[in-house]
Design a protein around this ligand. Sequence first.
Ligand code: AN7
Length: 406
Amino acid sequence: MKDYTVECIRCGASYPKDEIVYTCSKCGGLLNITYDYAKIDKDRIVNAKGEGVWKYAVLLPFDEHTIKPVTINEGNTPLYMSDRLAKLIGVTDLWVKHEGLNPSGSFKDRGMTVGVTKAMELGVKGVACASTGNTSASLAIFAAKAGIPSYVLLPKGKVALGKVAQAMMHGAQVFSIRGNFDDALRVVRVLCEEEKLYLLNSVNPYRLEGQKTIAFEVAEKLGWQVPDRLILPVGNAGNISAIYKGFLELKTLGITDSVPKMTGIQAEGAKPVVSAIKEGKAEITPEPKPETIASAIRIGDPVNAEKALLAIRNSGGVAESVTDEEITEAQLLLARQEGIGVEPASAASIAGLRKLVDMGVIQKDEKIVCITTGHLLKDPERAIAISETPKEVDADIDALRKVLKL
Ligand code: AN7
């Protein structure tokens, strides 16, 4: 049996592996999963065979001999060297890891494969989440694969079309909540508590264990080197916390010798983490009315804020906000300079990079990895809205020549 501990990041209280618990029942703190690192052979990470999340099973919270992963081949996403974009932005060593190329089209699959595998181990009767879209799509798919019911609560009218289509198509019970994401999360937490459903929002520490594998893949693809800086969009702040933990584990095991400056980007209308970092506050102040076209990160009260503040501060990182206009420009740039199609929230990482380079916070020669978290087709309506409308034309070469630009 593998040794791991589920413990509170505030008071250190620990919880049994078979107890369903999301936050500390003593102090309300977030939970973290830790391993007996001295017992882990680093070669089992460095020389691991296979691909994707489960390749790193030695650092996942399961007994490797009995584990039956619920998997659809998540992870193993490409890390693109992005020279054209780098030149335009004014940096020299830029990489984009496109998490939109996961099976459901977002990074959430990494957390869900681990989360739903844990759900099956626990023998729960169903799984549930609140979501700005991607979490629900991913949950519906993994629940389908596992053969258990899923329940998803979405903020009414604020979820991109592709994500709703996925949740519906894969058979989740989908509810359109009159309220925003934070309202939906409040309700689903009570539902899970009272109906004994397993909550798979990123407050669940098992989710983050899957997501930390982004760090392993980045380091591995760079020849077990760590970039100077990692930039990503922040919503509920789970991913930035998870990736930071992944890099810390590599360092603890002696595989790498540093951790990248964790750089979190939020939308101007939903930036509680950015404000707390800039104002040097120990806690965030929730934004009661979050607003942005990047609907994935339209979140006012991120549950993992406490972990994220630590990740940013302890790594020497920064947090910055970007406007919807800057997000749109970056989305177009990525699509047209690098052929990388992402949804608006993901483009926030590139918009943030651009802004921080212009501000002189990011140095020109840093080795930078931007994480693009979701695929363009998640939000087709936005892609159409910001691109030129197709011209209707008769099936005639002369007619075509009249409207075509050569
Ligand atoms: C594309 O699906 O919160 O900071 O409910 O879909 O870990 O929350 C989505 C979040 C970034 C933010 N990019 O990640 C949900 C949800 C995309 C996302 C984020 C999300 P976290």
